[in-house]
Design a protein around this ligand. Structure first.
Ligand SMILES: [Cu+2]
Length: 390
């Protein structure tokens, strides 16, 4: 298997992108000069003065216990104390996963065995110290690119691990928001790995917690992580999905299907129905629920059927004020975003990608089961469906 195809061209393409970003920065500055309301919004972090290695070594260290999505690791919404070094370990696992009731399967490439990988939660100005472990049993080389980080390739160039290797990357979480992380080994292996499940998200909370546009604190009672995944499975001449013996064996077939830009599956949390039935998300009337949604490769549009986004950070940036009262929100491919909704009614709510073909035919649907007391003022069935009287 080729190890890092096209890594050179990947690097030069990134350099081109960073040039574009510099131009964007200039435009923003002009905007800010002409519009003081905008100028007030993007605040640099309060404690972002660079620390020496000695100062970093003196910071408190905490180990984050990773949990599989849709759950988030234990965390404080408002940070106590100053910046910390948060130790995170991700174990790469190449594993066969069944994707739907028809038995379609894929050799998924995963962080910690789940699609998406586990959510990491830190506060702005914390240091993330990641140990990335690629076991000897793996077939492929992997790495990680953190969209939350600042530095070349998001750490991608510093974390290439062949089977049997591990690497440690430290970055300072200077940007508050929710961000994607993903594997990006180089060339065509980048979409191949991302579209085999190798992505996840990190939430970098403001140290003093989330806020509405007017500064009012926003808190949540529960939090869930919905990772949307597009898969591109190849079929044989009998129109059946091809099954493979080992990870990586589907490389050429997969590239052929990916080139059509038409996914065979678009799912939440790894497989069709993962967040339905036993996987249904739970909440109660009166609870505020944070829903983080990531899509590492493709645009999407979450919608909570029967509810709304009370507060929505569609781009995922917590330095921008949340939008309010949305029906559907946009998450750009390669990004995470989030919404908070306070449930007012009990029942089953579908949470979908509101391209309904993708929701119903391709798999991008989840359920919330909400308990509590029905409110007739908000909705009431005045007459049951019955014979037309007139
Ligand atoms: Cu990978």
């Amino acid at each position: 298997m080729e190890k890092t195809p096209g890594i050179r061209s990947t690097v030069s393409r990134r350099n081109f992108l960073s040039g574009t970003a510099a131009v964007g920065g200039g435009l923003l500055a002009m905007d800010m000069a002409g519009n003081p309301a905008h100028a007030a919004v993007p605040k640099p972090s309060q404690a972002s003065a660079p620390l020496s290695e000695k100062q970093i070594a003196a910071l408190p260290r905490v180990k984050q216990e990773m949990v599989a999505p849709p759950f988030l690791p234990k965390h404080e919404q408002v940070a106590t104390g100053g910046p910390k070094v948060v130790e995170v370990r991700l174990d790469i696992e190449e594993k066969k996963m069944v994707l739907d009731d028809e038995g379609a399967e894929i050799w998924a490439l995963t962080f910690n065995g789940s699609v998406p990988g586990p959510m990491i939660v830190v506060h702005q100005d914390d240091y993330v110290e990641l140990t990335l472990v690629n076991p000897e049993t793996s077939a492929m080389e992997h790495n990680i690119d953190f969209h939350a980080s600042t530095g070349a390739l998001g750490g991608g160039g510093l974390t290439h691990v062949s089977p049997g290797e591990e690497a440690v990357l430290r970055f300072r979480a200077t940007k508050a928001g929710v961000f994607v992380y993903h594997c990006a080994p180089g060339g065509a292996m980048i979409p191949y790995h991302v579209c085999h499940g190798m992505n996840g998200a990190i939430m970098v909370l403001p140290r003093d917690g989330l806020k509405a546009a007017d500064g009012t604190p926003i808190r949540y009672d529960r939090a869930y992580y919905i990772g949307e995944q597009d898969y591109y499975l190849a079929k044989d001449e009998h129109d059946e999905y091809i099954k493979y013996e080992t990870a990586g064996e589907d490389y050429a077939d997969s590239l052929r299907v990916m080139a059509t830009l038409t996914p065979s599956h678009v799912v939440f949390n790894g497989a069709v129905g993962a967040l339905l039935g036993e996987g249904t998300l739970k909440a109660s009337v009166g609870e505020s629920v944070l829903m983080v949604h990531s899509q590492a490769n493709r645009d999407t549009r979450p919608h909570l059927i029967g509810g709304h986004g009370d507060y929505v950070w569609s781009t995922g940036s917590f330095t921008d004020p949340p939008q309010t009262g949305l029906e559907t929100w946009f998450i750009a491919g390669g990004a995470a975003g989030c919404a908070i909704y306070t449930f007012r009614q009990p029942g089953i709510y579908a949470y979908v990608n509101h391209n309904l073909i993708e929701a119903v035919l391709k798999g991008a649907s989840a359920h919330f089961e909400v308990d509590g007391k029905w409110n007739d003022d908000l909705m009431k069935q005045v007459r049951k469906p019955s014979q037309i009287k007139s």
